[in-house]
Design a protein around this ligand. Sequence first.
Ligand code: SF4
Length: 218
Amino acid sequence: MKTPPRLEVSELFFSIQGESSYAGQPCVFIRLSGCNLRCRYCDAGYTYEEPGTPRDIGEILSFAGQYPGFPVEITGGEPLLQKNVYPLMEELLKAGRKVLLETNGSINLARVPAGVARIMDVKCPGSNMHEHLKKENLGLLGPGDELKFVLCSRTDYDWAAALIRKTALNKSVTIHFSPVQGELDPARLAEWLLEDRLPVRLQLQLHKIIWPGIDRGK
Ligand code: SF4
């Protein structure tokens, strides 16, 4: 008998979306295990340090089905490392769900099904992972997709601002600048954005404000 397609899952939960333009909305989260990067400030190390639980696509769909009408975010770790994430996205779309994919920018996005909102990180130098960006992904994004720059310092800010000015990415996608908690003061970042009139959104991680110190299931 053929085994149904499975994924290694770190956690499934229903919570308030803390990031992106969907921040503040209740949302279903499918957090997959494994990551190919090691960002210096990572707060989700458990997704690659601990083994995931194998779950078949039917189980995951039925979890999402308990919360009809709400968006479903597939995140990680890095969700595109698992080949069965593609049929999972297809099935969620077929079920009429709004699907958000949060990805670290290091894997080509060409196979992501149309209709999925791609929320891609651009890793800045302070992450120590900025050389892993697949630059071709920037040309694959369009309306409905979003970019997130996580910033540790003024150096990161200048790097990100220069990339946006060079590429005019703000004309095709929504861009978020998010300060690393405890490293970059959000008020500082706000001043820089206003001084430079940079067309991006300042993003604070809402779930960390609501539930400080809790990293899992939120
Ligand atoms: S990509 Fe995300 S999960 Fe992976 S190391 Fe970086 S912050 Fe952590």
